[in-house]
Design a protein around this ligand. Structure first.
Ligand code: SF4
Length: 145
């Protein structure tokens, strides 16, 4: 039986992105040869609607450009993602780069000006803390494919 792997739902083509679109990448399909995929959108699981206002991380907070604080929803979503990972004993997650939930290594800097800073999304941070190996759609080729 194949191992389970958590994957950002938007990478699989689900229209759960803030603007109602998705971030489908074709090579994500190759994961299916080796893993059983558990799709996960932490922002939706955390109770946010689609479409929704884009949000960015500023240190421990997550805010929309309007100033609305969505930190609580992002944390709830991260906990739900962790619950899925634990339920299915996933060792790996493939999460969408640069997202305030799913980004790894680099995320937008909180000024809504497309500038990147070093850091992880809220869900990525929690999964890493629990020993899950997190990859983005850009670095799976040389690692788990
Ligand atoms: Fe994709 Fe993650 Fe954003 Fe959901 S929270 S739309 S899975 S990047």
């Amino acid at each position: 039986e194949k191992n389970y792997i958590l994957v950002s739902a938007c990478l699989l083509g689900d229209n759960c992105k803030y603007n109602g679109g998705n971030n489908y990448v074709e090579h994500i399909e190759r994961l299916k040869e080796r893993y059983t995929i558990i799709p996960c959108c932490p922002e939706v699981l955390g109770g946010l609607t689609t479409p929704r206002a884009p949000a960015e991380r500023i240190q421990e907070y997550v805010r929309c450009a309007s100033g609305e604080d969505v930190t609580k929803e992002f944390h709830r979503g991260a906990l739900m993602a962790l619950a899925l990972v634990e339920k299915y004993h996933c060792r790996y997650a493939v999460l969408k780069s640069r997202s305030p939930s799913c980004g790894k290594g680099q995320i937008y800097d909180g000024t809504f000006s497309k500038r990147l800073v070093d850091g992880n999304g809220v869900t990525t941070e929690l999964l890493l803390k629990h020993g899950i190996q997190v990859y983005t759609e850009h670095d799976i080729e040389n690692n788990i494919l």
